[in-house]
Write a protein that binds this ligand. Structure first.
Ligand code: GRG
Length: 318
């Protein structure tokens, strides 16, 4: 099967699973369930659950029984997009080529749709699974939650906002965290900016992608060596994914991306191309791609699409 066939067939089965397991739109109160379905079922590359499928497959697992659990990654990712698009954060009205959830359902519902998707995700992850050691399932749940908590995705988002000069609306906080006070980008040296940038990328984007590879491995029966290689693969891929996203933000149009292009520059965001230049960003992506490919080889397995997925992510145009 070619990679594009593999991606298309997995997207199809992920979409089918999401559609079947999200509460029907007429579940009371309908507005929240319609909003959840609007946000999740409106397209998207489904990269995170596809990485998890490829990881589980490489470990020799049968995928069908794991699909609902792996789809939880897409609920979490969609929640982060819905919340990120809200007016106090990115204030965006275009996502996946359509109006953002809060534009269609209102700001309050945008908040609540995100909350509901996050909660739903953990209920899917906790569903009983035959053939999987409950200790591995528990470890997988812990892995996903720590990837997106205040030391993971949320922490990365906070650091990103802070670096872009974010000022909270309403009364100013009486106290800023010691580690952040007085450390806006303009005050800092290039070296410390680069490590801040890596902190943002690894946390905001990278950790959920790493957790996707590890979740697939844990539910798919990975050996210790495979799990370590999956973690390294996810770390390299996660960082590369965000650098590529930053490059696309400056190089591609909103139509190609299905979301507003050029926002990073407009918002003064700290990005790899802005800090170190487009050529340096591209060469870092190539280095990370090699790292991901080496680890894909170590994982081995009967069917292994991890390497072509890494090439696809590192070379994508939208
Ligand atoms: C919880 C508010 C909140 C934020 C957490 C992940 C995140 C931080 C914000 C989402 C917006 C953003 C710019 C995330 C960076 C990761 C990224 C490039 C997301 C886009 O992911 P794709 O390209 O999107 O996989 P599709 O639409 O294909 O699913």
């Amino acid at each position: 099967m070619t990679l594009s066939e593999y991606l298309a067939s997995n997207r199809e089965r992920l979409d089918r699973t999401l559609d079947a397991h999200l509460p029907p739109a007429d579940t009371p109160p309908p507005v929240i369930h319609e909003g959840m379905r609007y946000a999740v079922l409106g397209g998207g590359k489904r990269i995170r659950p596809i990485v998890a499928i490829a990881a589980a497959e490489a470990c020799g697992a049968e995928i069908e029984p794991l699909l609902v659990h792996l789809c939880a990654l897409e609920l979490i990712h969609t929640y982060s997009l819905v919340h990120d698009d809200l007016p106090p954060l990115d204030n965006d009205d275009l996502r996946r080529g359509r109006k953002t959830t809060h534009v269609v359902y209102g700001e309050a519902m945008g908040i609540l749709v995100g909350d509901a998707l996050l909660t739903e995700a953990f209920s899917w992850l906790a569903r009983p699974l035959t053939g999987v050691d409950p200790a591995h399932q528990l470890r997988a749940i812990a892995e996903v939650s720590s990837a997106i908590d205040s030391t993971g995705m949320i922490g990365g988002q906070v650091a990103d906002l802070w670096n872009a000069g974010f000022q909270p609306a309403g009364p100013q906080p009486s106290r800023l965290p010691e580690s952040l006070a007085g450390q806006r980008p303009a005050d800092r040296q290039a070296g410390s900016l680069r490590s801040e940038l890596e902190f943002i990328h690894r946390n905001k984007t990278g950790k959920l992608i790493t957790a996707s590879a590890v979740l697939g491995g844990l539910l798919g029966g990975a050996s210790g060596d495979q799990l370590a290689a999956l973690r390294n693969y996810g770390n390299a891929l996660g960082l590369a994914f965000q650098i590529v996203d930053d490059l696309l933000d400056i190089e591609e149009s909103s139509t190609t991306l299905g979301k507003t292009a050029g926002k990073d520059v407009a918002q003064g965001k700290l990005t790899w191309p802005a800090l170190l230049g487009v050529e340096s960003a591209r060469s870092e992506v190539r280095r990370l791609e090699r790292e991901a490919l080496e680890n894909a080889d170590i994982i081995g397995g009967p069917v292994n699409y991890l390497a072509p997925i890494a090439r696809f992510i590192c070379e994508r145009r939208h």
